[in-house]
Design a protein around this ligand. Structure first.
Ligand code: GDP
Length: 413
C-alpha cells in the first residue's frame, strides 16, 4: 500500500486549506487522523459526501475541526481510494495534519503525482494530464479555456478521429490480405488514397494549430529591438509594470538574456531582453549581434523601438532591417511625451503595425495591447482545447504526418 498525501492548496494563510490523500486502502489510515462527529469510522462514511469532524495529531490532540470526504476507487481522480480534508487554511494546521498522515503511514506526494497516478490508472490520457499542468499555470482566460477544453478531451477526440480513420484503412487492408476467401470488399487504390489524403489533411490542419496553441499556453516569445537609448529597457519596465501581478524573471536559455513575462491585450508576452547589447565597442557589438540574432530566431514577435524625439539615424535603419526578419513586427515610436522629430506615418508602409507610445508616461500602451491582441487572436470557443500546445504533441503529429506521407508514396509507387 503506497499512500501519498500532500497539501493541495497554497502556502499562504487562507480561509480553507485542503490536504489530499490517495492510495488503495487509505481509508483506515485516514481514520487514524479524523474522528467524525457522529462517531462512525471514516471508512464507513458515505462515499463522496462531506462529513464534519476533528483532525487529530499522532497523540490524539485536536489540530482542527473541519470536513472530510472519501472517494473510493476506481471512480476517483486517481482511480485509487482517495480522501480530502478541508480544514482552516493555516499553513501550520495543514502541516500538522500532513505530519499526522505521515505518522499514520502515508508519504509525501511528489509534484504531479496525483495526476501521474490518474494517468497510469487510465483515468485520463497524456494530453489530459498535460492539460492539468497547463490549467494550473494558465495566465490568461484564453489559456484557461484551452487547457480546460483539452482536459475534457477535445484534443484527444480530434486525434482519435484521425486515428480511427487510419485503423479502419489498415484493418480492411489486413482483412483482405489475411482472409482472401472471405467475402470482403476488395481494396481499391482510390479508397486507400482518399483515406490517406483525409488523414494528411487532418494532420496538417492539426499541426497548423501549434503556433497558436503554444502561444496561448506558454506565451509569445518577443524581442525588443532598437538602437541604444531608443528606450528598450524603459519600455520593458513599463510593460512589465503594466501588470505587476505576474512579473517573474526567468533566466533565458542564452546567457545574459533574461525573460520578463507580461500580459498585454490578453496575451502573455515572454519579453526577451538581450541584456548587454548596449555596450558598444566593436567586439562586444559583434557578440551582441549574434545574441540578438539568436533571440530573433525563436521570436514570434519583434517590438521595434524607435526614439520619436530624434531624427531617424543609420542605427535606427539597422534596427529596422533586423526587425524585418521577425515573423511579426510592431513598430513603436517611443518618447511621445516629447515633440516628435518625424511623422510616424512615414513608416506606416514599412511597418503596418505601428504604435506611438511613451515608456515614461505609459501613453499608447493600451493601443499596443490591442495591436498585440489582433496579431495573436485567442480564437473562438469552438476550437478551445483542440490546439497542439507543446513540443511533445507537435512532434507526435509531425511523425504521424511523415508516416502517412510515406504510406501515400508507397501506394503511388
Ligand atoms: P535602451 O538603451 O534602448 O534600453 O534605452 P533606455 O530605456 O535605457 O532609455 C534611454 C533614455 O531614454 C533614458 O534616459 C530614458 O529615461 C529615456 N526614455 C526612455 N523612454 C522614454 C520616454 O518615453 N520618454 C522620455 N522622455 N524619455 C524616455
Amino acid at each position: 500500500m503506497d499512500v501519498i498525501a500532500a497539501i493541495a492548496t497554497g502556502s499562504a494563510a487562507t480561509a480553507i486549506g485542503i490536504v489530499r490523500v490517495s492510495g488503495d486502502g487509505c481509508f483506515a489510515l485516514c481514520g487514524r487522523v479524523f474522528r467524525a462527529a457522529g462517531g462512525r469510522p471514516f471508512a464507513a462514511q458515505e462515499p463522496r459526501k462531506m462529513v464534519f469532524g476533528e483532525m487529530l495529531d499522532r497523540a490524539g490532540r485536536v489540530i482542527d475541526r473541519g470536513l472530510a470526504v472519501r472517494f473510493p476507487g476506481p471512480g476517483s481522480y486517481t482511480g485509487e481510494d482517495c480522501a480530502e480534508f478541508h480544514c482552516h487554511g493555516s499553513p501550520v494546521v495543514l502541516r500538522e495534519l500532513l505530519s499526522a498522515l505521515f505518522a499514520a503511514g502515508a508519504r509525501q506526494a511528489q509534484a504531479g503525482e496525483f495526476t501521474k497516478r490518474a494517468f497510469l490508472n487510465g483515468r485520463m490520457d497524456l494530453t489530459q494530464a498535460e492539460a492539468v499542468a497547463d490549467l494550473l499555470e494558465a495566465e490568461t482566460p484564453a489559456a484557461v479555456r484551452q487547457a480546460a477544453g483539452q482536459l475534457s478531451g477535445a484534443l484527444s477526440r480530434r486525434v482519435a478521429a484521425l486515428y480511427d480513420g487510419l485503423v479502419d484503412l489498415m484493418a480492411h487492408f489486413h482483412a483482405v490480405l489475411d482472409y482472401p476467401d472471405e467475402d470482403i470488399d476488395p481494396f481499391r487504390a482510390d479508397t486507400i488514397r482518399e483515406g490517406l489524403d483525409a488523414a494528411r489533411t487532418g494532420l496538417e490542419a492539426l499541426l497548423r494549430t501549434y503556433d497558436r496553441g503554444r502561444y496561448i499556453a506558454g506565451g509569445v516569445p518577443c524581442v525588443l529591438i532598437g538602437r541604444p537609448n531608443a528606450g528598450k529597457s524603459s519600455l520593458l519596465n513599463a510593460l512589465v509594470g503594466y501588470d505587476r501581478a505576474i512579473v517573474t524573471d526567468v533566466p533565458g536559455t542564452t546567457r545574459d538574456t533574461v525573460e520578463a513575462r507580461c500580459r498585454l491585450g490578453g496575451v502573455v508576452l515572454r519579453l526577451i531582453d538581450t541584456a548587454g547589447l548596449r555596450e558598444s565597442d566593436d567586439a562586444v557589438e559583434r557578440i551582441g549581434v549574434e545574441r540578438s540574432r539568436a533571440a530573433l530566431e525563436g521570436a514570434a514577435l519583434a517590438l521595434l523601438v524607435l526614439d520619436g524625439s530624434a531624427p531617424l539615424s543609420p542605427e535606427d535603419e539597422a534596427a529596422m532591417a533586423q526587425a524585418a526578419h521577425a515573423p511579426r513586427v510592431i513598430c513603436l515610436i517611443n518618447k511621445s511625451d516629447r515633440p516628435l522629430a518625424f511623422a510616424p506615418e512615414e513608416l506606416r508602409s514599412r511597418f503596418p503595425h505601428l504604435c506611438v507610445v511613451s515608456a515614461a508616461t505609459g501613453a499608447g500602451l493600451d493601443a499596443l495591447g490591442e495591436t498585440v491582441a489582433a496579431l495573436f487572436p485567442a480564437g473562438g470557443a469552438e476550437s478551445a482545447g483542440e490546439l497542439l500546445t507543446n513540443a511533445r504533441q507537435a512532434d507526435a503529429a509531425r511523425r504521424a504526418l511523415e508516416a502517412v506521407t510515406r504510406a501515400s508514396e508507397s501506394l503511388e509507387a
